[in-house]
Every structure is written in C-alpha cells, then in structure tokens.
Design a protein around this ligand. Structure first.
Ligand code: IYR
Length: 220
C-alpha cells in the first residue's frame, strides 16, 4: 500500500436497503424547519458536543478544516450577543436593506427583535479561518474556506435536527462583534450564528413550501 494511505472503512448496502435508508433520511430532513420561537429549556452540552464533532467530519479544502465553533450557553454572553446583533438588525430593517430585500423577507415575518438570542439554550457561532497560523506565527493559505465552512454548517444543522433540536441560521450583518465578544482572533471570520434549542411550546413557522425534486434537479 502506498505510504500515507490506509484502507477505506466502507460497508456496502444492498440496493433495496440503500433505497430504504435514502428515503428514511429524506423523511427525517423534510421535517426540518427554521424556528424563531425557542423555549428556554436547557439542552445537555454533550448533545451539542456530539453534533459539533459530526460537523468536524465534513470535507474541507486540502483537509485544512478551516472552521471554529464557539458554543455559548452563558446567559451574560448571550445577552451581549443579542444587544450587538439587534443594533445591526435595527440598522438593517431601518434603512440598510433595500425594499426588494425587505419584501423578500416578508413571508418569514422577521424583524429587528431577536429574543431567541437569549432564550434558546445554545448559540453556536461558526467562524471560518481565512488563513491558518503556523507554530512560528507565519500565515498558511487556506483553500475553499466558504465552501468548507458551509458544508460543515450543513452537517451541523442536520445533526442537531436529527438529535431532536430546532435551529435557526441567523446572519446579523456585519457580524464582526462576534470576534470581540467571543475573543476570536482576526484570522477567523464569523460565518453564521446558529441558534439551537427546543422550540417553544406551540411554536409556529411560516406556511412556505420547498421546491420539489423536479424544481431543483435534472437528470440527463
Ligand atoms: N439578518 C436579518 C435579515 C434576514 C436575511 C435573510 I436573506 C433571511 O433569510 C432572514 C433574515 C435577520 O436575521 O433578521
């Protein structure tokens, strides 16, 4: 065997089993919805740890794993994040966003108030490392950072949903305040703030549909 290579750990499923597994997975993920109304019930840290560990298994450019996740349950840090995010959101909804953008958001019923940033059990701030820093302090070029972090975030959202938690992808813009509040270095750029927890009892979601397969894929 070539140096630096090991055998693939792979188990093949018969075609019918593959079909069953693919359909069962679809039935799981089709129920995922973005939730904006969270309960303040605690969620064990170990669940979040396992989901983040799954996200860390995502493929990445040159296997550089250019991501960092900060999981926040501390109420005072959540309060600081909410205060900073709402300040940006007020600017966004109060004039920074175009009319076209605001009308695209209308079906979602969003506004500058972000109470879930304090009520939800966990906020997971996801950072992309625009470059790495080696032991001697020199910069290491990273490749496909946005793609890699986006894939890892997708795995994280799916893992949290699969575990039985609700999530919300929140993107206050700009998000630089996350570096200062969470003490992250300047080579890390905030990618997304993922809110995770139990949905509030009676939580509602917008009555919007996903495109069907024909609307998102072609087979040739
Ligand atoms: N960041 C704002 C606005 C917003 C933008 C998009 I695109 C959304 O899909 C949802 C919200 C906010 O969080 O309200």
């Amino acid at each position: 065997m070539a140096d630096g290579f090991i055998d693939l750990d792979y188990s093949e499923y018969p075609a019918e089993v593959m079909q069953e597994r693919a359909s069962a997975f679809y039935d799981e993920v089709r129920r995922r919805r973005t939730v904006r109304d969270f309960s303040d019930r605690a969620v064990p840290r170990e669940v979040i740890e396992a989901c983040i560990a799954s996200a860390g298994m995502a493929p990445s450019g040159a296997n550089q794993q250019p991501w960092h996740f900060v999981a926040v349950s501390d109420p005072s840090i959540k309060h600081q994040i909410r205060t900073a995010a709402e300040e940006e959101e007020r600017a966004f909804y109060g004039g920074r966003a175009s009319e076209e953008w605001l009308s695209a958001l209308e079906p979602l019923g969003t506004d500058a108030q972000k109470p879930f940033l304090e009520s939800a059990a966990w906020l997971i701030a996801i950072f992309g490392e625009s470059y790495g820093v080696s032991e001697d302090g020199s910069q290491v070029k990273h490749y496909y950072v946005q793609e890699s972090v986006g894939i890892a975030t997708g795995v994280l959202i799916t893992a949290l949903h699969y575990a039985g938690l609700a999530t919300l992808t929140h993107t206050p813009s700009p998000m630089g305040f996350l570096n200062s509040i969470l003490g992250r270095p300047s080579n890390e750029r905030p990618f997304l703030l993922l809110v995770a927890g139990y949905p509030a009892v009676g939580a509602q979601v917008p009555d919007i549909a996903r495109k069907d397969l024909g609307g998102i894929a072609s087979f040739i």
